[in-house]
Design a protein around this ligand. Structure first.
Ligand code: DHB
Length: 327
């Protein structure tokens, strides 16, 4: 037996919620149906999160609404989901013993307030370990991404924190936001100033897909997805540098206040290592989960463990956020 191997621990935490390993599905990937969520329960992910939900069931945009070429993806799903009660009450159908987060993406503030009350009033609230308020869905026709409107983001968080969600103990429920990618350095400062006003926030997930890309099929001379004239959110390996920059920037600005879930371009253990080095406490997987299925979590755990062994790291804390300067 490899003695070095014995001492590697992949556990981490999001706020006060502990996870056995840093890996989650990205909301949207493999988490729309109860069967898919059950696959995640049975996988080696550290935790799992629901599809972004609305108060009621939604069919979403017409197909074809997702496309990938193994490494990158484009989607314009349009929030197809079962409605919050199915996700909130998942435990009635499938039991699980790892952290389960709900992703909330109401179409307006009232939807989100309503869902926040639904959760607080639910007898299954103790089956939920985290809430991710999605401020960055790019695919609702006629609606922009909230996270790009700083005033509206501030107001949205203020209203959410006025609900009884605010009073739930941090050790029982981690509360976070999913942000779109930012590109301007001033925008990182502006969002950080807003986030600092809400100490109940335990985490932020960076990044959602890069909105409104276009992928063209050469033979058909047409877009590869149907909705929005082919425009959709881009994920996969090409978004990784943008994701890393967002994780890194927010870690330097807010790393003492909350945890960061890195999302974007994680296809292998080295990608996860880079996210953690930039400052992520956990790492979520979208395109690569869609391409490979939940078995990807076995691969990611073992590849990350191999990198840690080769570098002599025993725990995530040994390298989290410790990106060095150029030399
Ligand atoms: C959808 C896409 C997203 O990127 C997101 O954050 C939420 C929903 C969708 O189109 O369903």
């Amino acid at each position: 037996m490899n003695l070095e191997n014995q001492s590697v621990v992949l556990s981490s935490n999001i706020g006060q919620i502990n996870i056995n390993n840093p890996f989650f599905n990205a909301s949207g990937a493999w988490c729309q149906t109860k069967e898919q969520l059950n696959d995640l329960i049975n996988s080696n992910s550290g935790g799992f999160i629901s599809k972004s939900c609305t108060p009621q069931h939604r069919e979403g945009n017409p197909p074809v609404r997702y496309w990938d070429n193994q490494k990158m993806s484009i989607n314009s799903m349009g929030l197809p989901n079962l409605g919050i009660s199915s996700y909130l009450n998942l435990h009635n159908d499938h039991s699980y013993d790892k952290p389960y987060f709900l992703s909330l993406a109401g179409l307006n503030i009232n939807d989100n307030l309503l869902m926040s009350y639904n959760i607080v009033d639910s007898e299954n609230i103790h089956c939920i370990s985290g809430l991710e308020y999605n401020l960055s869905c790019p695919n609702i026709i006629g609606k922009g991404q909230l996270g790009y409107d700083f005033e509206a983001t501030n107001e949205y968080l203020r209203r959410i924190m006025e609900t009884p969600i605010y009073d739930i103990n941090k050790s029982e429920l981690a509360i976070g936001i999913k942000l779109p990618p930012y590109f301007e350095l001033t925008h990182f400062d502006e969002i950080s100033d807003i986030v600092r006003q809400f100490p109940r926030l335990d985490f932020m997930t960076c990044i959602n897909s890069i909105a409104n890309g276009l992928v063209i099929d050469t033979e058909k001379e047409a877009p590869v997805i149907y909705p929005k004239s082919g425009f959709g959110g881009i994920g996969g390996n090409i978004v990784k540098p943008t994701a890393l920059a967002n994780v890194r920037k927010f870690y330097t600005l807010l790393g003492d206040k909350l945890d960061i879930i890195g999302c974007g371009g994680v296809l292998n253990g080295e990608d996860a290592f880079h996210h953690i080095l930039a400052g992520a406490s956990a790492v979520s997987v979208g395109t690569s989960l869609m391409v490979n299925g939940p078995i990807i979590f076995d691969t990611l755990n073992s590849q990350l463990e191999d990198i840690m062994i080769s570098k002599g790291y025993n725990s995530i804390g040994d390298f989290k956020g410790k990106l060095k300067g150029f030399y």
